[in-house]
Design a protein around this ligand. Structure first.
Ligand code: NAP
Length: 307
């Protein structure tokens, strides 16, 4: 189904994307393709990246000052690393047009609400926190592509004071990308994503690092097979981005890591004592769960592990 067929009457006069990378660039591409946006203005720190975004047709024009870039925009998307959201919000606040809606795409949500409170002294009603559960291990505007969000989920985490009309506008924008848009409590979001996305990233990074330290003694990577590649793909993700995510969601992530450590310790003990039934029961349970999960989701791979 072409994007335009599902766009309804969504019209964004001027979209400002701050952080024209994988996520911001992919969203801009989908909205342009659907013809629901009249002008896209990009902003980030690096002029060369923004010039490339114009060349690729992702944005119409850019400004390296986000405050100048948001002038006259009716929709502003913050697609920067989590640690930059508070400072950027503080910087653009005085330049926002009346009635502008601001949303973000950060991978943890409570920290965005707290960053807004710290930067602005309140959590404004026009800020609609959001998170597309889609991505790849690649970064930058070159990595962006049309259709990244199709069939994926976007979680919006409005709080009590969030304007319902602003939330509806952000929802309508994401629906243009053919994502399924759901609303969720921000703390619940962070717990779920800690387990399904942030924990797997910690495991992948740590596994590769551990193997790297063994590499001196054994030729580990030379003989690594396809399973290793699949399992560790996400360890190629941007370190700064994952630094920000893991520290921003540290409470929920530590709880998941502790739970995992306990389970891994139990599995280690079972292997040590040669407890075949225990090990086989674990593998059988896990296989059953994964087979059911991939069947009910109707697809495999594509995006990050629940990113
Ligand atoms: P990305 O491809 O690296 O894009 C980030 C963009 O932000 C770049 O264009 C960068 O450009 C710009 N930027 C960085 N710091 C900035 C600052 N202080 N001020 C202004 N611009 C800044 O990263 P991404 O994967 O799109 O991730 C962006 C956000 O999406 C993150 O918050 C992440 O948690 C979230 N997210 C990522 C994924 C994923 O799979 N990657 C999935 C869902 C959500 P310059 O270097 O030119 O400044």
């Amino acid at each position: 189904m072409p994007l335009a067929a599902v766009s309804g009457d969504v019209v964004i006069r001027r979209l400002c994307v701050i952080g024209v990378g994988l996520i911001g660039g992919s969203l801009a591409r989908d909205l342009r393709r659907a013809g629901v946006v009249e002008e896209v203005v990009g902003a980030s720190r690096n002029r060369a990246n923004l010039e490339r975004a114009v060349e690729l047709g992702v944005v119409d024009r850019f400004d390296t000052d986000p405050a100048r870039a948001v002038a006259g925009a009716d929709m502003v998307v913050l697609a920067v690393p989590l640690g930059a959201i508070g400072p950027v919000l503080g910087h653009i606040r005085p330049a926002l047009a009346p009635g502008a809606v601001v949303t973000d795409v950060g991978s943890a949500k409570r920290c965005v609400i707290e960053a807004a409170r710290e930067a602005l002294g309140e959590v404004p009603s026009w800020l609609v926190p959001g998170h597309p559960i889609a991505g790849t291990e690649n970064s930058g505007v070159e990595a962006s592509f049309e259709g990244l969000f199709a069939g994926r989920r976007v979680l919006l985490t409005p709080i009590d004071g969030t304007d319902r009309e602003a939330t509806a506008r952000v929802r309508a924008m994401w629906e243009v990308t053919r994502a399924e848009v759901l609303e969720m409590d921000p703390d619940h979001h962070d717990e779920v994503l800690a387990a399904t996305s942030h924990l797997p990233h910690m495991l992948a990074y740590t596994l590769v690092d551990v193997l790297g330290s063994m590499e001196e003694r054994v030729e580990i990577f030379r003989f690594a097979a396809g399973g290793f590649r699949d399992f560790t793909r996400i360890a190629s993700s941007d370190p700064q981005m994952w630094h920000d995510i893991c520290l921003a969601n540290r409470d929920a992530l530590v709880a998941s890591l502790e739970r995992f450590n306990d389970e891994l310790a139990a599995a280690t003990e079972a292997i040590r004592r040669g407890d075949g039934p225990w090990v086989k029961a674990l593998f059988t349970r896990a296989k059953g769960l994964r087979d059911r999960y991939t069947e009910s989701n109707g697809r495999e791979g594509g995006g990050h592990v629940g990113q």
